[in-house]
Structures are given as structure tokens and as C-alpha cells.
Design a protein around this ligand. Sequence first.
Ligand SMILES: [Zn+2]
Length: 245
Amino acid sequence: MRELPGPLRLLGPRARRWVRRVADLVLAPVSSVAGGRVPGEVAVTFDDGPEPAVTPALLGVLAHHRVTCTFFLLVNQAEQHPELVRAIVAAGHEVALHGLDHRPLPPLGHRGALRYLREARRRLEAVTGRPVHWYRPPYGKQSAASWAAARRAGLDVVVWSADAADWEDVEVADVVALAHERLVDGGILLLHERVEPGPAGEPVETRFDRVEVVDQVLADLRDRGLRPVTVGALARRAHRTAWFR
Ligand SMILES: [Zn+2]
């Protein structure tokens, strides 16, 4: 429950935490992996790739820092650049699904979303040669029907706890500072290899160096004693939340 209904905003922070906790408990059977509450570990994730201008250098930086991460790939990008996907897998990273393309699933209804996700999973597994378990909804948009479709398609939904807003045209230091501020123990950090247009179709243009961001974020995590692991390694103990928006 990231966004509380209007009247609940009037509650104090402690009461709000309590309401959230009860809501997460009640809604646990329909929850998504959101990170949190795992001391010393975080998951760093990359959306919308692969991207020829970024992925190879990104893999170099991850190898330099000796960390493994999770890549939420778009199938149409993956099929255009299968060699990049193979390089991601060969380096020991986890590959997950972000969609065939970047469309939100709620407008498709349950059956449409199920058909879409089954095809997307099958095609991504054909490129990776291994099972795909995780799905992250574009823009985090999810309905009860699309959540149920993901589960029926054999996928578990992963959202995030820390958005570094790396889709804004800012400086490297701004993204690194947001990641520092928002990512805490057990958190899932949302970063991008490339960025699809925004929810209203508006183009996104950024000029900062995405690889430099990752280099600095990983150095910061090392200084803070936070070890990056894959979503799969974090998920068993990670916090789950009912996430519908
Ligand atoms: Zn995305």
C-alpha cells in the first residue's frame, strides 16, 4: 500500500504504519515482492534493456564490483540483441521479464494479460535458454486481474522500494544521491539501462552516463556495508506488499 486513500493521510506516522501492516497482512495472498527488512542486502535492478550503448559497459562495471543484479528485459529488445542477453546470463546475472513491449497490462483484462504474459515469458526463455520467474509491470501499473494473470503465467511480480528517478534529465550525482537516500536494508533499487517513453507516451531524454551512476551507487553501497544480490536471492526473505495502481 504505497499510496493511502485520502482520509488515512490524516493519521499520524505510527497509525499509518499500523494500517499499512494490517493491509499487507490481509492482502498477502495477492502481494508482490517489494523489498525491505533483509539486513545487509539489497537488490539492484535494471529495466527496459538490453541496450547496445549501455549493456556491455554496465556488465564491465558490475564485474569490477563483483556483484550480480537482476535485469528486467523487454522481449522485443532482447530478440533484437540476443548476444547481449547471453552476455548478461553468462556473467551470472538474473534475467527477468518486463514485457514484450512496454505496455501496461490492466487495460488488457485478465485473459488478454494472460495471453500476453505467456507469450512474453516463452519468447524470453527462448532467448535466455533458462526459466524466467519474475515480472515487473511497466510503470508499476497493476490491477488484481493483471496480477492474477502473471501468477497463472508462472510469474511472480516484483516492484521496487527505491526509485532513483533515473528517467529524469539530471546529473549523475542527483541519481546517486536519490539512490543513497531511498535504498535501505533489504530494498530493491530501480534503475534503467534505457528508458521507454513515459506513461502518456511522452519521450524521455537523459544525458547523464548510466554506467557512471551504477559505478558510484555500487561504491556507495560498499561503503554502507550493503551487499547487492539478485531479486531471486533476496525474494525469499523480502517484504511483500499488495501493490495495485
Ligand atoms: Zn520500464
